[in-house]
Design a binder for this molecule. Structure first.
Ligand code: GLN
Length: 482
């Protein structure tokens, strides 16, 4: 084994101090990818040449007495729905075949400016639609903890890359749980920030009112480090919050004494596997033992989150994905007329789940049905926001499972979209509210697979959420050896 540190904080500290070269760190990780990714399939593309050039540039800055930044020399994997200038960006879809973005996403720019080394683009469910990464046009990603099981999704490649040790950090996107659910299933930390805290500029849109970019890491502190680096106002995203990035690393050791923690009743009962619910209760006890006041809280409208999401997200997707017409991006299948060319391109370019969402969304927005479906879903969204507001009058953070089960096996849920959608029951309400949430590993299920517990906080409540996460991390039971 190499003596390269495993956390981003330790790597960046050593690189900035000139004790370790970014190039050595990179070569170590490229070797791990080379050895392991044939089986895991976390990456759609490994950017070895670009990464070597970036690592050498970091080393030159250190040699010249400069500071390359807080992420100096840290290998980082980027979900393949984030634009990288001149580098193929596919959304794991055939329809973007051959397309190279003319610009970098703001987050890609910010991590580079902080000295991180982008090592590659990670696999996902096509256009981020899914919960298992089985919807990728390039084959599924495997869970590094048990390769007969899914890594979760849609950011399955980003979660697996961190869990497999291919990179200490990765970036994902979360529209209904796509960072938190795969983090839980792979046994790593995953954070969905407050809507608007991280710029969406250069994130290929799925459902714009829900999409948010966030970190994966093996430790709570590393997610804090990455979130601090990518958060903060960006004039290129009209929904970006005009506030500075929150200070997170500095609050991690503040503990939870006096913090009010609410266990969400609606998300602890039906549909939640007993072993997962047991870990969440133990997490609540751990917070109580650290001085938090733990109680139960009802968020009644949370039960309708899934139904509202599967109208709102497809509705927005049907509009966002209309741009893939065979003219402006990627693939084209020629035909007699323009309309036939559009149809032939979309038929060949989109997978089954993407087609299903476009049809659902188009239906929900069509004349005569708009009020009954889309309009009603928006009302439910408002109710969810109100119920959370009421809950946060009495509690500072909320606690739930991240996913109702541990990682399932390939093919187990592909035949039944509804059972796949039910994976997101605990994660979706916060996307609808725009609030932050994160998944922290907390022991394992009866099958020995990791369990994630979810912490929720009101808008811009990241500092409090991270304090509780640090306590959970310290108290987490060790996992059963597999
Ligand atoms: N699994 C959910 C879906 O398929 C969430 C996806 C996401 O967060 N991007 O819509």
């Amino acid at each position: 084994m190499s003596d390269i540190p495993t956390t981003a904080l330790a790597i960046a500290t050593a690189v900035r101090a000139g004790e370790l070269s970014a190039r050595a760190v990179l070569e170590d990780h490229l070797a791990r990818i080379e050895a392991g990714d044939g089986e895991i399939n976390a990456f759609n593309l490994v950017m070895a040449d670009e990464a070597r050039a970036a690592a050498d540039a970091v080393d030159r800055v250190v040699a010249a007495g400069g500071d390359p930044g807080v992420l100096a020399g840290v290998p980082l994997a980027v979900k393949d729905n984030l634009c990288t200038r001149g580098v193929p960006t596919t959304c794991s879809s055939r329809i973007l075949e051959g397309w190279r973005p003319p610009y970098d996403a703001t987050v890609v720019q910010r991590v580079a400016a902080a000295g991180a080394i982008s090592v590659g683009k990670t696999n996902l469910d096509e256009f981020a639609m899914g919960s298992s990464t089985e919807n990728s046009a390039f084959g599924p990603t495997r869970n590094p903890r048990d390769t007969s099981r899914v890594p979760g999704g849609s950011s399955g490649g980003s979660a697996a890359a961190v869990a497999a040790g291919f990179a200490p950090l990765s970036l994902g996107s979360d529209t209904g749980g796509s960072i938190r659910q795969p983090a839980a299933l792979c046994g790593v930390v995953g954070v969905k920030p407050t809507y608007g805290l991280v710029s969406r500029y250069g994130l290929i849109a799925f459902a714009s009112s829900l999409d948010q970019i966030g970190p994966f890491s093996t430790t709570v502190a590393d997610s804090a480090l990455l979130l601090e680096a990518i958060a903060g106002h960006d004039p290129l995203d009209s929904t970006s919050i005009a506030a500075p990035a929150p200070s997170l690393l500095s609050v991690l050791d503040q503990g939870v004494a006096g913090l009010r923690v609410g266990l969400v009743t609606e998300l602890m009962g039906e549909g939640i596997a007993p072993d997962v619910a047991a870990r969440v209760r133990e997490a609540a006890e751990a917070l109580a033992a650290a001085g938090a006041e733990v109680g139960e809280v009802s968020v009644p409208a949370a039960s309708y989150g899934l139904s509202a999401y599967y109208l709102i997200a497809p509705a927005e997707a049907s509009s966002n994905l209309a741009r893939y017409d065979g003219v402006r991006y990627g693939m084209r299948v020629d035909a007699e007329t323009t309309a036939e060319m559009n149809t032939a391109t979309r038929t060949a370019g989109f997978g089954a789940e993407v087609k299903r969402r476009i049809m659902l969304g188009t239906y929900a927005l069509s004349a005569g049905y708009y009020d009954a479906y889309y309009g009603k879903a928006l009302k439910v969204r408002t109710l969810i926001c109100r119920d959370f507001a009421t809950a946060y009058e009495r509690f500072d953070v909320l606690l739930t499972p991240t996913s109702p089960t541990t990682a399932f096996r390939f093919g187990e849920k592909t035949a039944d979209p509804l059972s796949m959608y039910l994976n997101d029951i605990c994660t979706i309400p916060t996307n609808l509210a725009g609030h932050p949430a994160m998944s922290v590993p907390f022991g394992s299920g009866t099958d020995g697979m990791p369990v994630g517990v979810q912490l929720l906080a009101p808008a811009l409540g990241e500092p409090t959420m991270f304090r509780a996460a640090a306590v959970l991390e310290a108290a987490a039971p060790s996992e059963v050896a597999r």
